[in-house]
Design a protein around this ligand. Sequence first.
Ligand code: ATP
Ligand code: MG
Length: 434
Amino acid sequence: MGGIVMALGLDVPLSGVLVAVVPVLGVCVMLIVRKLRPMFRTMQTRLDTVNRVLREQITGNRVIRAFVRDEYEQGRFRTSNTELTDVALRTGNLLALMFPVVMTVVNLSSIAVVWFGAHRIDSGGMQIGDLTAFLAYLMQIVMSVMMATFMFMMVPRAEVCAERIQEVLGTSSSVVPPVAPVTELRRHGRLEIRGAGFRYPGAEEPVLRSVDLVARPGEVTAVIGSTGSGKSTLLGLVPRLFDATGGEVLVDDVPVADLDPALLARTVGLVPQKPYLFAGTVASNLRYGNPDATDDELWHALEVAQGRDFVERLEGGLNAPVSQGGTNVSGGQRQRLAIARTLVQRPEIYLFDDSFSALDYATDAALRAALGRETSEATVVIVAQRVATIRDADRIVVLDEGRVVGTGRHHELMADNETYREIVLSQLTEAEAA
Ligand SMILES: Nc1ncnc2c1ncn2[C@@H]1O[C@H](COP(=O)(O)OP(=O)(O)OP(=O)(O)O)[C@@H](O)[C@H]1O
Ligand SMILES: [Mg+2]
């Protein structure tokens, strides 16, 4: 072929080979990379799905066994795993193609150089040394292009990963810390909720509509309402787990949104409906809100929370291990530890979200009596389903579908509030309720 080229007078300069090789390599790599990018995106999403399914299955292990859904779950894992394997294989195949393509272009270019060079040497227009040197240079350049190619191989995946990390980092918190926070409070613990409304992001209906509530120090304010009426949501507004979408939440006449977050956390002690304990010991969990508490303070809090007996029986007492989430203690024990944890913190405002639900009646009564003595100066808000838990409260707020439908003491509400009467009579007889 070289002979023909020479005969035709097409004396290709060797640098021409170089000029041709680099764009050809570039185009090949770009084509492959363009196909790879969407595949990597799919692969990351499917990897997510496999992780989610696996996580769910490990956490929900007992439910799966109780419902004998092993086969169904195996199928679910198989499906998501096959989908991942599928796209991973296709991506792998394309990636595997990259190397041979690059090598083919490189080797073809060497052949071309040797071919054209040989004819020039033959005709005396070039020295052998020049050709060898040219080949060495060509290899160096092509090798660099190859290195760049391998970099490019990683670019699509890195790009997709970076986008996803950016998504997480770019999500701003809906609860914004105040610019000029109030760092001093009178610290009496007066809580006032004024016309508060709340709608969960993406939800159509608001969960709370124009809720008013005042809780004063030294008083017990109770909130009662059917499931889903918005009780937990209402309590969540106070420590700013989320901000009200309307109205105001005031602690000692300062809007919580203007309070220093650390001060707010010290002032408000929430015992969540689903208490969570951290891996560690009983003591490390109790000291969560007050790291300087002494052992005596811990025992005292446990006594009030009716948890002293069972902690004493645990091996190690205060140093007994607690597993992640508190899964090695019973539901009622977990609730009592969560109550004790908040007592150790000594806030001005206590919020108990259905915190006595897992306790038997006797323990519930003993706990409330002890709690009454312990928190006689503090502001206490109790959310409960059980009428017995709240009937002695200084003020009962009846919540129905996110609205306050009544406020008063037990006998007042029994007399004139239909919703309250219904709730009470579903649990007690007319005589018991009187
Ligand atoms: N994270 C959430 N996203 C969207 N909607 C939610 C969310 N949490 C709760 N809801 C909705 O808000 C409503 C009120 O929920 P909330 O937990 O405040 O009720 P509750 O009165 O505490 O009920 P329960 O007595 O069962 O604890 C429910 O109808 C529920 O559908
Ligand atoms: Mg709730």
